[in-house]
Ligand binder design. Structure first.
Ligand code: ZN
Length: 232
């Protein structure tokens, strides 16, 4: 009897944890809804000059458009970089105001983090229901709840670059290309970083060099690059 109770408590705990970390409601986009050979490059944690500018130079060289998930307090500090990102035709998304571990905050704090950056982006003509990604992809129960209330989709990914652990361009490019090509690649959403949340002056040279190699290799394989808004 005691062992059955233990098993029941164990199963209930697993179910609750699963419900918290993988809430089975709301919209969570992991890849683009397409079977075409298109991928979306996404960059988190900027704007971060001069690296964001160097990245924009690489994207312009290849005539590729990407999506930038920006942090509100960085937007306030670097309006000229935000303007350049928008002027060059890239999409801008919301990555909270201060990049907290969002999934562990109460709903009212989560809402404030999202809406503060919505307000900032609105000053650049970006709609208040712009694409949103939680820091460290912590779309846990409170985040899923707030996004469902706001009727907004969380943008996740299917290809991690791991560029927050290394700035070795070989490693970053290899990781991205292997994962993208091994999963047919169609509609892949790739996460890279033009900034680093915990370091306001993070050097992103490795990510920039890797981006050059990733674009070159995927283009040779027949892939095209889109912003999230290009594929619904
Ligand atoms: Zn982030």
């Amino acid at each position: 009897m005691a062992s059955m109770i233990t098993i029941a408590i164990g199963l209930a705990t697993v179910a609750l944890l699963w419900f918290f970390f993988r809430p089975p409601f709301g919209k969570n986009m992991v890849r683009l809804n397409t079977d075409q050979r298109v991928v979306a490059l996404t960059y988190d944690d900027g704007p971060n000059p001069p690296y964001t500018d160097q990245l924009l130079d690489v994207l312009a060289k290849h005539n590729v458009k990407a999506t930038f998930f920006m942090i509100g307090n960085r937007i306030e500090r670097h309006p000229e970089t935000v303007n350049r990102v928008i002027a060059e035709g890239h999409q801008v998304g919301n990555h909270t105001y201060s990049h907290p571990l969002l999934g562990f905050l109460p709903p009212f704090c989560i809402r404030r983090e999202i809406e503060r950056t919505d307000d900032l982006l609105q000053q650049y003509g970006i709609a208040t229901d712009s694409v949103f990604r939680a820091p460290m992809l912590t779309r846990f129960l409170p985040v899923a709840y707030v996004l469902a209330k706001l009727d907004r989709t969380h943008i996740s990914c299917n290809v991690w670059s791991w560029d927050w652990t290394t700035q070795n361009p070989d490693k970053i490019a290899k990781t991205v290309l292997k994962k993208t090509l091994s999963s047919t690649g169609a509609g892949s959403i790739i996460v890279l970083h033009d900034g680093k949340a915990e370091n306001k002056k993070a050097n992103r040279s490795g990510t920039i060099e890797a981006t050059d190699r990733i674009i070159t290799a995927l283009k040779q394989d027949g892939y095209e690059f889109v912003r999230l808004s290009d594929v619904s």
